[in-house]
Design a protein around this ligand. Structure first.
Ligand code: NAP
Ligand code: MG
Length: 427
């Protein structure tokens, strides 16, 4: 069952006094690793904590400021420290952060063009990114048959993202050479060029593919959803075929029984077949994609479901470490409006769900049922606020609901709080 449906069923399990702070707050045992970020999402981050979390939870976090200024001050050591803390504590929640480019170098007077924090964290945690649309009534998928969310699982290492490539200047022979540690070589001709062309070398490692496979099977089993995986193994008989084989072997060795017991399936097909089937399916499964396929398909799936601001994103490492975030960026355009003193209507749903995802996981790991229920109920409150017609501008533009009120950034968060308190207030 989907998380938000579960949440709705649990509606009446727990009550809070109006104002929240009059009841005992939910106590936490182990801190969440909290990674603060940049621009508009940093503003939302603070509002979410003030309005939706601190009144109800005795929030324990280990705070890391990944805002670009602080990354620059610490020579980006803060990012590595936050990733290390995530490995230690097991659960993190991350605000969107700026990935510096030339314009940001100037804007923030940076010492260096620091790497993408997500890239740094991903490479330390060795994870797979799972992205799931948040469904609400009135924001309908463009693909009519999609009745349940499709979760994209993207392998985040190698292939074309770690390539070596150059332009071939003219006629000549291109070879693929591997020199083993003992000096022996494997050599194959790629192409005999009779004129200019292009050349590219890509790689992946058995270790990374296995981690990816493991993360996908574990996530499917945890969430009770079928897992689809696709490559182009008919054409790439070694490279893509290796992905297929590693998935299949791991499935048979470690997951088959569990999948059977849970009534879920693992399904492998060709990437072009998968794309065609996805368009005709009702959804409700996990679609594991190689790095490039995942990059392209996740943008397609998320926009067809409605909006990047209605998309959860979690990085799951093979060691069982979880990092929750929003799928969108720092919403720079809105931030500049905010700085000019103008009102913004920025959607905080994905950032709220990053927090609730992390709190639910923490509650589950530490056996704090109240924290799990809080996460379910807060998500249900978000959804019911939108379904009652109160939403930010991005959603108002695409909703099929009538009688919509467009709220500004803070008013939306406050409306969620009101829904939450009205629903769970002690009678
Ligand atoms: P973005 O922040 O995702 O925003 C692009 C546009 O999408 C916005 O201007 C806005 O459209 C719409 N949008 C995105 N999120 C929204 C929300 N929550 N509510 C309402 N509208 C939303 O991408 P960007 O402006 O290209 O990137 C800004 C910065 O984010 C960059 O420095 C980039 O490096 C960083 N980034 C970080 C992450 C991450 O940390 N995970 C991911 C991607 C990008 P309108 O302007 O039309 O309203
Ligand atoms: Mg992309």
């Amino acid at each position: 069952m989907l998380i938000y449906e579960l949440a709705k069923n649990n509606m009446n399990d727990m009550k809070y006094h109006k104002g929240g702070n009059k009841v005992d707050k939910i106590l936490m045992k182990v801190p969440l690793v909290e990674m603060d970020g940049d621009e508009m999402t940093r503003i939302l981050w603070q509002m979410i904590k003030e309005e939706l979390l601190l009144p109800f939870i005795d929030l324990k976090t280990e705070y890391y400021d990944l805002g670009l200024e602080h990354r620059n001050e610490t020579d980006d050591r803060v990012t590595a420290a936050a990733a290390a803390a995530t490995m230690e504590y097991g659960v993190a929640v991350k605000c969107a952060t700026i990935t510096p480019n030339a314009a940001r170098m100037k804007e923030y007077n940076l010492k260096e063009m620091w790497k993408s924090p997500n890239g740094t964290i991903r490479s330390m945690l060795d994870g797979t990114v799972f992205r799931t649309p948040i469904r609400v009534k009135g924001i309908d998928p463009m693909v009519k048959c999609w009745k349940a969310p499709i979760t994209l699982a993207r392998h985040a290492y190698g292939d074309v993202y770690k390539n070596t490539e150059f332009k071939v200047p003219g006629a000549g022979k291109a070879e693929l050479v591997f020199t083993a540690a003992d000096g022996s070589q494997i050599r194959e001709t790629i192409h005999d060029f009779d004129g200019p062309g292009i050349l590219q070398g890509i790689h992946n490692t058995a270790k990374s593919i296995s981690s990816f496979a493991k993360a996908c099977f574990t996530y499917a089993a945890d969430t009770g959803q079928d897992l689809w995986f696709a490559t182009k193994d008919t054409i790439s008989k070694k490279y893509d075929h290796e992905f297929k084989d590693i998935f299949q072997e791991l499935y048979e060795k470690e997951y088959q029984e569990e999948f059977k017991a849970k009534g879920i399936t693992y399904f492998y097909t060709l990437i072009d077949d998968a794309v065609a089937r996805v368009m005709r399916d009702k959804g409700g499964f996990i679609w594991a994609c190689k790095n490039y396929d995942g990059d392209v398909m996740s943008d397609m799936v998320s926009s067809a479901f409605g909006s990047l601001a209605m998309m959860t994103s979690v990085l799951v490492s093979p060691a069982g470490v979880y990092e929750y975030e929003a799928a969108h960026g720092t919403v720079q355009r809105h931030y500049y409006q905010h700085l000019e003193g103008k009102e913004t209507s920025t959607n905080s749903v994905a950032t709220i769900f990053a927090w609730t995802g992390a709190l639910r996981k923490r509650g589950g790991l530490d056996g704090i049922e109240a924290l799990v229920r809080f996460a379910d109920q807060m998500e249900a409150a978000v959804i019911s606020t939108i379904e009652s017609g109160k939403m930010t501008k991005d959603l108002a533009l695409i909703t099929s609901l009538e009688d919509v009120s467009v709220l500004n950034s803070r008013d939306f968060i406050q409306a969620v709080r009101e829904t939450f308190e009205a629903k769970y207030e002690q009678g």
